[in-house]
Design a protein around this ligand. Sequence first.
Ligand SMILES: [Zn+2]
Length: 119
Amino acid sequence: MSLRSKSVCPKCNSDCHPLFKREKTFPDADAAASYYDALLKHVVDGPAFASLIRADAKSTDQKGAVSVKTTLHRCPKCKTQIIEEKVQVHDGSEWKDADKLSRRISIPEGVDLICVFRP
Ligand SMILES: [Zn+2]
């Protein structure tokens, strides 16, 4: 495990535990943008955000396909939650990390997204 895969609580610096993971794959960047760009236009505790997280998206492994892995983490100490998204792009033969597109979405105190992520 590399250090980069660790999620540290922005508040108390504890290692956060992954709770739930969701993965979506899109056939191309435009399709991915309809999720990836749209997500941050909504408040994290609103219904539009929840339905985007819950939506299923599945594409075949093809050149230009985009995979987004969304993980909900929670700090064991202060219960702060964070969302991490890792993006990979298929180059025609394999998935390649798109580190520039990976991101972290901080969740305001008191907002609980477990019910959004729980299958
Ligand atoms: Zn914490």
